[in-house]
Design a protein around this ligand. Structure first.
Ligand SMILES: [Mg+2]
Length: 337
């Protein structure tokens, strides 16, 4: 296989704020894997919470570049298994796994969702994320993008006030993400008020390892609780079963589509709701997530919608939330620049 790595700096339309930080640009790594005249694309964005930079991924992948070039590619599963024997972060494995899956689909001349025996008859609408900013700015951002479902980032001193204010301007469904910023009691108290304000669930209110806190919250919360920072890799799914109502899988955290498919299966078996979320990826990463849509209860794949300019074409999300799949196999990705 031929492998190419390239760093891009994606400019965001607005500064994106969550409870921990705010940023205007998103660094990302794009990988292409080519074989027999076909090229598959993969992506992993840098993330300060997980201490991952594009340079670190480039360094890791470059160290196994020669092995990858010599590797005899048959299936994404075998390739992923082989990658886990190398000393790579899950973010690097994700970028490679996404490229391998896209390539596999293109070699088979089939979109991935069809390879996985699913159809597009029914799938969830993605939320549009409103990052933390002044209440006025958040109202403005929402008005700028009329949408049926918003994910509101919280973790400020006036979280309830923010949701009350946003509710005055929209009848859409809200979901909130506190990114570890609340205590158990705060979560329980907030859940009652947020339910009255038309919020459907709360994502990751407490710190990632506070499983005791989550057990209490699960018993007393008025809203379902979805794990994000508490559910990183495959082994976490089982751990989350007693303390959460669902999980939000991120491809970069778990190491790509291959482990994500196994996590979805496992979560469903355990009675957990399944969501897949994005990490401000371009259309490369978003098109990969979109292949999982028919298997999901919830999805957060607005990454490319938050960008000032995109670097690829692929799956498109229309204004009404409808997803358009291109007539291209694999994840449907074509790199633009
Ligand atoms: Mg989250």
């Amino acid at each position: 296989m031929e492998i190419l790595l390239k760093k891009y700096v994606l400019k965001l339309k607005h500064a994106f704020g969550i409870s921990r930080e705010s940023y205007d640009y998103q660094d990302t790594l794009i990988i292409s894997l080519s074989l027999n005249g076909k090229t598959g694309y993969g992506e992993a964005t840098a993330n300060s919470y997980y201490n991952i930079t594009v340079e670190k991924m480039q360094q890791e992948i470059t160290s196994v570049k020669k092995d990858i070039e010599k590797y005899h590619f048959t299936t994404p599963e075998d390739f992923h298994k082989w990658l886990t024997t190398k000393k790579l972060s899950n973010f690097s494995i994700c970028a490679l796994d996404l490229a391998a899956n896209d390539l596999f689909g293109k070699l088979k001349n089939k979109p991935l969702y069809k390879i996985w025996d699913t159809t597009l008859d029914k799938y969830p609408v993605t939320n549009y994320t409103i990052g933390i900013a002044s209440v006025e700015k958040m109202v403005e951002k929402m008005a700028e993008k009329p949408w049926p479902l918003y994910k509101i980032k919280l973790g400020t001193d006036n979280d309830i006030k923010i949701v009350q204010e946003l509710r005055k301007h929209s009848d859409a469904i809200f979901r909130v993400d506190a990114n570890c910023a609340w205590t158990a009691q705060q979560t329980i108290d907030n859940s009652k008020l947020l339910k009255e304000l038309g919020v459907e669930f709360i994502e990751q209110p407490l710190k990632a390892n506070d499983l005791k806190g989550y057990e209490k919250v699960k018993k007393e919360s008025h809203l379902p609780i979805i794990a994000d920072e508490s559910c990183i890799v495959e082994e976490d799914v089982q751990k989350c079963a007693g303390s959460f109502d669902g999980i939000n899988i991120k491809l970069t955290k778990c190491g790509g589509l291959t482990p994500a498919l196994r996590m979805i299966k496992k979560a469903k078996k355990l009675g957990l709701k399944v969501m897949v979320g994005c990490m401000t990826e371009s259309t490369v990463g978003i098109s990969a997530i979109a292949q999982l849509l028919p298997q999901l209860d919830y999805v957060d794949m607005d990454g490319a919608m938050l960008l000032e300019s995109d670097i690829a074409t692929g799956v498109i999300i229309r204004e009404n939330g409808k997803v358009v799949f291109p007539d291209i196999a694999g994840s449907g990705i074509t790199l633009r620049v």
